[in-house]
Design a protein around this ligand. Structure first.
Ligand code: KIV
Ligand code: NA
Length: 278
């Protein structure tokens, strides 16, 4: 159920131009517990479709998947604000559809806010939600849910300045509609600067340079657990390598009957038979 955590929506909104806002994605309770002391905001991203479920894009992700993982993260977080992505097809049709589904997300997951993709076209919906007690995080620039229309995940505003004005106008529309933070994904630094200085709420960059008011990364990417690593991902650990090595040692020890040794074995009380090998 709903808990008010120390990192509230108004506190994070007020961090514009101040100390950068630290965000990471999280999809499970144990990971939320590990990240909670370090992050201001934990985003239950619909990236979970690709990261956890092996889906080809975020398009097939459902509201029930987001609610289940949102609830797990909300149970693991005590101080970070928990925000859940609205998945494709659950908010674009009308402000009423978005409101109905966002209410389900907040009530059933215990998260404090929702995030949705899109610029000026979503402004009416963002105003509808925020004026009715549902905090909304915006998302402009590269929009992964629109991959079928865009044809890929290429960064924006890198070749020339054509297209900048539309993206800046999108960010302004989303901010003026009431979004408390805006994710800016995969844009050149000068465009990120223009977006950040054009709006009164913090920008959270992913592949959008240090000029944003905060940063977010997909947790599995930054831990070195995913094969897909775009230019903007810094791998702060190599857990994929560590998992492979651990599984390899386990397999070897099972096959050679080294595991489980005496230390990991239950005996009948009073049975003092000598251990073999341990
Ligand atoms: O789904 C996601 O993880 C996201 C962020 C990376 C911004 O939308
Ligand atoms: Na997302």
């Amino acid at each position: 159920s709903t808990v008010i955590r120390p990192n509230t929506v108004p506190k994070l909104r007020a961090r514009k131009g101040a100390e950068p806002i630290v965000c990471l994605t999280a999809y499970t309770a144990p990971m939320a517990q590990l990240l909670d002391p370090h992050a201001d905001l934990l985003l239950v991203g619909d990236s979970l479709g690709m990261v956890l479920y092996g889906l080809p894009s975020t398009v097939p992700v459902t509201l029930d998947m987001m609610i289940a993982h949102g609830a797990a993260v909300a149970r693991g977080a005590t101080r970070a604000l928990v925000v859940v992505d609205m998945p494709f097809g659950t908010y674009e049709e009308s402000p009423q559809q978005a409101y109905r589904n966002a209410v389900r997300v907040l009530r059933e997951s215990g998260a404090s806010a929702v995030k949705l993709e899109g610029g000026a076209v979503m402004a009416e919906t963002i105003a509808f939600l925020t004026s009715r007690g549902i905090p909304v995080m915006g998302h402009v620039g590269l929009l992964p849910q629109s991959v079928n229309a865009s044809g890929g995940y290429a960064a924006l505003g890198t070749a020339d300045t054509s297209g900048w004005d539309r993206i800046i106008a999108d960010a302004v529309a989303v901010a003026e509609a009431g979004a408390f933070l805006i994710v800016v994904e995969a844009v050149s630094e000068p465009l990120a600067v223009r977006i950040t200085e054009s709006i009164a709420v913090p920008t959270i960059g992913i592949g959008a340079s240090a000029s944003c008011d905060g940063q977010v990364l997909v947790i599995d990417d930054m831990l070195g657990m995913s094969s897909r690593t775009p230019k903007f991902v810094k791998r702060y650990a190599e857990l994929g390598v560590a998992i492979g090595e651990a599984a390899g040692r386990y397999a070897e020890e099972v096959r050679s009957r080294q595991f489980p040794s005496e230390q990991y074995t239950y005996r009948l009380k009073g049975d003092n038979r000598p251990s073999d090998g341990d």
